[in-house]
Design a protein around this ligand. Structure first.
Ligand code: GLN
Length: 487
């Protein structure tokens, strides 16, 4: 039988329409493969649900590319009747009573949910190691020494391992775009507010975005078309009209102005990354784009990470106050209300989360607010102003998405450090400004892939998608997933 599991969504759709294969056959293959997973991808495999959904899909819908396509959801999206843990012990037995809007829209199109995927606990973190099920591994390294990155580790690994053609994640600082680099995938977050976050567990709502992993830009564009648009259930969702992004690909990039920020590029020392990046700049130039080195205030760029930490931890501390063991999730015993809450939260959260709540609580203390929280907000404003100014003259920012390929587990942790202060953390600028931002594979270091990243003006999804599509077309990285012989 043809290798249906390893098709992109668009290719699988063609196979369905030509009646080569049925959703039930594909779902069975998919579940079989998922059960053999050794990368710790799943919180919950939706076996019964997926089979029963697939059994009902008989007549292919020609104009619906999602019909019968298996996919995964990060386990911080609410799914009615299906356990949703946020990879945290504090929600270990939580079963939501409503569906996230993203899940609802995919269900309406008859996409088939195969599994809920692991994450760094409550989406905080970047290593894919802090969830209650432990480390999630990079499929490109069968010896399990390298991370896939986080926080959307399971969703990224599911697509990179060739289990599903797409998976949904969330991106507050870079949680889809950085792992996408380590997994050789397209990772796209559209403009803040473009997609409803109803039913996505909030981490830091002023920065949280729905985002996704695919193996082609076209599939990312199709998801953007489906998921974008106003949702009355999310007051922050945008009224801006939605375009058919999947039909807007392949146009000329002649005259497109692309800025490469010198201060960030200089903070990257990996020769393989730099060589591959230069090569892609040459491709862009050969297609008529104008790629220029630009300068930005280095102090301001170095402030991205500390600013991100203060704002995201403060928002997270406040948003997660509802996880007290009283309303949902496991409850520890105690004689008083305070005791119950203290015992539940002490046991329920890992060290990483507690550290972040301490930072958040400290910066929100009345006597510290001015110095920490308000100052971070001002900093955010200055950073966004500087990028908006850049976008007055340039259509896009283009840079390596990560300083290198996936680090080994013993090389990197989520403690604050200034080792890779710029190169490893700059992607959060796109969350500060809400800009659409896309990572795509641009090279390999040994057996491990790494990516480049385009970021554009708000609500200009089509520019970001189109330039990525054009570049992808010139490289051998379309529909990349782990296979033994990959180089
Ligand atoms: N790595 C970042 C953090 O540690 C980003 C997390 C995210 O985008 N959810 O918070």
């Amino acid at each position: 039988m043809k290798d249906y599991l390893h098709l992109t969504m668009e290719e699988l759709h063609t196979a369905y329409v030509e009646r080569e294969v049925t959703p039930l056959e594909v779902v069975k293959l998919c579940l079989e493969a998922c059960k053999k997973d050794t990368n710790n991808i799943f919180e919950y495999l939706c076996e019964k649900e997926a089979i029963s959904e697939a059994e009902g899909l008989i007549e292919p819908e020609e104009d619906n590319v999602f019909w019968g396509v298996p996919y995964c959801l990060k386990d911080n999206f609410s799914t009615k009747g299906i356990p949703t843990t946020g990879s945290s012990n504090i929600l270990a037995d939580y079963v939501p009573v409503f569906d996230a809007e993203v899940y609802h829209r995919l269900k309406e199109k008859h996409a088939i949910l195969i599994g809920k995927t692991t994450l760094d606990e409550l989406a905080m973190g970047g290593t894919g190691t802090s969830g209650h099920l432990g480390k999630t591994f990079n499929p490109y390294d069968p010896s399990h020494e390298h991370m896939i990155g986080g926080s959307s580790c399971g969703s990224c690994a599911a697509v990179a391992a060739g289990l599903v053609p797409f998976a949904i994640g969330s991106d507050t600082g870079d949680s889809v775009r950085k792992p996408a680099s380590y997994g050789g995938l397209v990772g796209f977050k559209p403009t803040w507010s473009r997609i409803s976050r109803y039913g996505l567990f909030p981490f830091a709502p002023s920065l949280d975005h729905v985002a996704y992993f695919t193996r082609s830009v076209k599939d990312a564009a199709s998801l953007t078309t489906l998921l974008s648009g106003r949702d009355e259930k999310d007051a922050t969702s945008s009224e801006q009209p939605v375009k058919k992004y999947n039909t807007l690909l392949g146009g000329s990039i002649k005259g497109l102005k692309i800025a490469v920020i010198d201060e960030i590029l200089k903070s990257i020392t990996d020769h393989d990354v730099l060589a591959a990046f230069d090569k892609t700049c040459e491709i862009l130039r050969s297609k008529g784009a104008i790629v220029s080195r630009v300068h930005m205030d280095a102090e301001l760029l170095r402030a991205i990470y500390p600013t991100y930490i203060i704002i995201s931890c403060a928002e997270a501390t406040s948003n997660n106050a509802n996880l007290d063991g009283l309303k949902f999730g496991p409850r520890e015993s105690g004689n008083t209300y305070e005791d119950i809450v203290t015992n539940t939260r002490t046991k329920g959260f890992s060290t990483l989360i507690k550290r972040r709540f301490v930072i958040g609580g400290y910066s929100l203390l009345k006597e510290n607010q001015q110095d920490l929280f308000i100052r971070a907000q001002r900093c955010r404003h200055l950073i966004v102003d500087a990028f908006n100014k850049l976008f007055d003259s340039y259509d896009l920012v283009y840079l390596p998405a990560s300083p290198s390929c996936a680090p080994r587990f013993d090389e990197k942790n989520d403690n604050l450090s200034d080792l890779y202060l710029l190169s490893d953390n700059y992607l959060a600028f796109a969350n500060f400004g809400g800009y659409p931002s896309l990572t795509l594979p641009i090279g390999f270091k040994g057996n491990l892939p790494f990516g480049g990243n385009f970021t554009g003006r708000i609500f200009e999804e089509e520019t970001v998608l189109n330039v990525s599509h054009v570049l992808m077309d010139e490289m051998p990285y379309y529909n990349l997933y782990y296979k033994e012989e990959v180089k």
